[in-house]
Design a protein around this ligand. Structure first.
Ligand code: KG4
Ligand code: ZN
Length: 351
């Protein structure tokens, strides 16, 4: 089956063709158009995002088809992100996908954006299939999920405030870096010498017990405030921070955040006896995170799999792949498919 995937949940307009059956799926093309316009505002402006998707979507889909040397007649189904995300932005993709599927006489399937992220690594790495522990770290969500099989997701913990990517973006702003701050903070942290500042990894204490929510839950807003206080201290009396001071703060922030992510992931891996960790979402592109996880599991035979940077951040290939899985099971959406700002992961067992 050949699936056209469409992703418009935030500020990337993306289309992709994925072809295959079951666990054998290959990406034939992927086009991602990032909306740079939001940089001017230091964050995503929803109304502008919707309008930009509207202008970009048709050419982006045309290009995805051309890159795969296919035409619309070769499309067997359309998969589209319908939740969670910015509703106006999502609706552009959903309306387009439904109209196209109707016109072509093929099925349409709505895909949960975070389920899409779970499938991203499987497009590149054969082993990135369940059972695994998933660390989903994006700009809007941060979750630790046990995945015994595709479609069954047990959310073990989540952030109680800021998502990991959001924390990167806010700290980037505090350090005077352009939006989105994640990659920039990573680059700045890489230039730091021996750390002169340290923050402790938030919500990670030895006395936390399995069965209590703080065992797997996370929180990053206090860490962001700690960075803010350091910035205030260092810029008191109108002083400007030196490059070394800025890189030190970036490094201390990143170390603490990674400490929490790695510590919580290790708990989940041990509790469920998984042999694979799949990292997904925009922050999965962070090399220091991947390195820290690999180091932590180096002697335990647990492999750590993170997609390439292109498939870590928002893209339609992961949506087409997750859609393919759902279509394979006979699932279809109706033409009443709509968009939701928030929605729980599908197939989550009730606690
Ligand atoms: O998954 P994604 O593309 O969009 C959402 O679904 O939110 O994630 C975007 C987030 C942004 O917060 C961005 O700063 C962060 O991922 N990000 C990174 C890196 N690359 C992207 N954070 C840390 N290090 C990176 N290299
Ligand atoms: Zn995402």
């Amino acid at each position: 089956m050949r699936v056209l995937g469409i992703e418009t949940s935030c500020d990337e307009t993306s289309a992709s063709i994925v072809e295959g059956v079951g666990n054998h799926a290959a990406m034939r093309s992927l086009v991602i158009l990032s909306q740079d316009v939001h940089r001017i505002f230091g964050g995503v402006v929803p109304e502008i995002a919707s309008r930009a998707h509207l202008t970009a979507l048709v050419p982006v889909v045309r290009r995805a088809l051309a890159d795969a040397s296919l035409t619309l007649a070769d499309v067997d189904a359309v998969a589209v992100t319908n939740a969670p995300g910015l509703v106006g932005a999502l609706l552009v993709g959903v309306s387009f996908a439904k109209a196209l599927a109707f016109a072509l006489g093929v099925p349409v399937i709505g895909v949960h954006h975070m389920e899409g992220h779970l499938f991203a690594a499987s497009l590149e790495v054969e082993d990135a299939v369940p059972p695994f522990t998933a660390l989903l770290v994006s700009g809007g969500h941060t979750m630790l999920v046990d995945v015994p099989e595709w479609g069954t997701y047990q959310v073990l913990g989540r952030t109680r405030d800021d998502a990991a990517g959001e924390a990167f973006d806010k700290v980037g702003k505090l350090l005077g870096l352009p939006y989105p701050g994640g990659p920039q903070v990573e680059q700045l942290a890489a230039t730091a010498g021996a750390p002169s500042v340290r923050y402790s990894p938030p919500m990670l204490r030895r006395d936390q017990q399995p069965g209590t929510s703080d065992y797997y839950d996370m929180s990053f807003s206090g860490l962001k405030t700690a960075v803010l206080n350091s910035v205030r201290e260092k810029t008191a009396d109108g002083r400007t921070m030196t490059d070394d001071e800025r890189s030190d703060l970036a490094r201390a922030f990143q170390d603490a955040l990674i400490g929490t992510l790695a510590g919580k992931t290790e708990r989940a891996v041990k509790a469920f006896g998984r042999k694979r960790v799949v990292v997904a979402g925009g922050v999965a592109a962070n090399r220091a995170l991947g390195d820290a996880l690999r180091k932590r599991f180096a002697t335990s035979g647990v492999s750590v799999i993170a997609p390439s940077s292109r498939l870590s951040t928002d893209n339609a290939a992961m949506i087409a792949r997750a859609g393919l899985y759902r279509l394979d099971r006979g699932e279809r959406s109706g033409l009443d498919l709509t968009a939701y700002a928030a929605q729980p992961l599908p197939g989550v067992p009730h606690a």
